[in-house]
Design a binder for this molecule. Structure first.
Ligand SMILES: Cc1cc2nc3c(=O)[nH]c(=O)nc-3n(C[C@H](O)[C@H](O)[C@H](O)COP(=O)(O)OP(=O)(O)OC[C@H]3O[C@@H](n4cnc5c(N)ncnc54)[C@H](O)[C@@H]3O)c2cc1C
Length: 375
């Protein structure tokens, strides 16, 4: 198989890259697992928020909103976003942190409201009133239909001629006669350009090609679902997190999702939840709310991968112009995927970043793997 661009990694990053790049040349999207979105992209809280502390990441979120609100005709059968406000609560001693969050939201054009305890309780009646004093509410945060978004990218890429290959774990990458040869057990592909969208494995992928890493570190986060209690109608509850960042809860169809908001550096791999993290999350949620978690209905863990400055990375490798990074999306890879996909398509094509991204103040240098601090 021979293509212009081989994209390695079939999570949301690789799928969005395939969608936008297939307009520029022949593309193959290569995924190790049996199906796309098996790793981080299939294990998220599915949230759209602009309350993100990393500056470029927040701008890429803002630049992504339009696509998620109104994707191109035929992209998906139904909406990608549905309303789900995001409430962050804290004590008086967390006031500075909550003020910074409110300022960020306002700067990003979000509808940010400062709430007192009663107002926070009205939004999330299961909170224990004695443990919180104030809150910040992002009224126009959203739930993302992640599977619909992923399938939309894949369908669009396929329709534009991209080849979608699963069960193909790349094990060797070599450059021969100016072209890349990528091999997996039982197959290989030759490409002019590689896009490394391997998520937690992004540094490993570079090493396979004999290239330097960028210091991409996966961090495990544990999550679970638990049963609804009859006394609460949770359907319109917001996503609720704490200023101390020690748990969050959000409504899911027929249940609630909870997490410890943990971030444990780990080696790339198929992440599994640790009992201790689940137990600590349950203890924190039951300490601060009247929710009875009991035994989780389901539990999982996923990896959020960060580089040193916690900003996303898109651009050519510092030593190799035909090897592109699309990495470091941390906890925002789903919600930033429209802008990140469009950015990598422009960068691979050698074009300026699309106006939509530039208008939000993001430059090539902001996304560059050559910026300072990256290995
Ligand atoms: C609990 C949790 C909650 C989250 N909540 C949110 C949220 O609310 N909103 C949000 O925007 N983001 C959220 N995230 C973050 C989001 O999941 C990630 O930023 C995003 O999924 C990263 O996408 P990716 O495509 O880079 O990685 P992945 O989805 O992990 O995809 C990388 C793919 O590369 C493949 N691969 C690796 N090596 C090879 C190889 N050698 N050959 C072939 N294929 C290879 C892997 O199999 C994998 O499928 C959350 C993450 C977690 C864990």
């Amino acid at each position: 198989m021979q293509v212009d661009i081989a994209i390695v990694g079939g999570g949301i990053a690789g799928a969005s890259a395939a969608y936008f790049l297939s307009k520029h040349g022949s593309v193959a999207l290569i995924e190790r697992e049996e199906h796309f979105g098996y790793h981080s992209s299939g294990r998220t809280a599915a949230q759209f928020t602009v309350g993100i502390s990393a500056d470029t990441m927040r701008r890429m979120a803002q630049a992504s909103r339009g696509f998620l609100e109104a994707p191109p005709p035929g992209f998906a059968e139904g909406a990608l976003l549905s309303p789900r406000g995001c409430l962050t609560v804290g004590r008086h001693e967390n006031e500075a942190r909550l003020t910074r969050l409110a300022d960020r939201l306002a700067k990003a054009g979000a509808r940010a409201q400062r709430l007192d305890r009663d107002e926070a309780l009205a939004l999330f009646p299961a909170l224990r009133p004695e443990v919180f004093d104030l809150g910040v509410y992002e009224a126009d945060a959203m739930d993302i239909d992640v599977d619909r978004l992923l399938q939309g990218y894949l369908r669009g890429a396929r329709a534009a001629g991209a080849r979608l290959v699963t069960a193909a774990g790349i094990e060797a990458i070599a450059k021969e006669d100016g072209r890349w040869r990528l091999a997996w057990p039982g197959g290989e592909i030759v490409a002019q350009t590689i896009v490394n969208a391997a998520g937690a494995w992004a540094d490993e992928m570079a090493a396979m090609a004999g290239l330097r890493p960028i210091g991409n570190v996966p961090h495990r986060r544990t999550a679970f679902t638990f049963a609804l209690q009859k006394e609460f109608d949770t359907r319109n509850w917001p996503h609720l997190g704490t200023a101390a960042d020690d748990w969050y809860v959000k409504p899911e169809p027929g249940c609630l999702m909870g997490s410890l908001s943990d971030a444990v550096p780990v080696a790339p791999g198929d992440a599994y939840p640790e009992d201790i993290d689940i137990a600590q999350a349950i203890a924190n949620i039951e300490r601060d709310t009247r929710l009875h978690v009991g035994r989780p209905l389901s539990q999982w863990a996923g990896l959020r991968s960060f580089v040193q400055d916690r900003e996303p990375v898109a651009g050519a490798h510092r030593d190799e112009a035909s090897f592109f990074w699309l990495a470091g999306q941390g906890g925002c890879g789903i919600l930033t995927s429209p802008a990140m996909g469009q950015a990598i398509a422009a960068l691979v094509a050698g074009s300026p970043l699309p106006p939509l991204i530039a208008e939000h103040g993001v430059s090539e240098a902001d996304l560059s793997p050559r910026r300072s601090g990256l290995a």
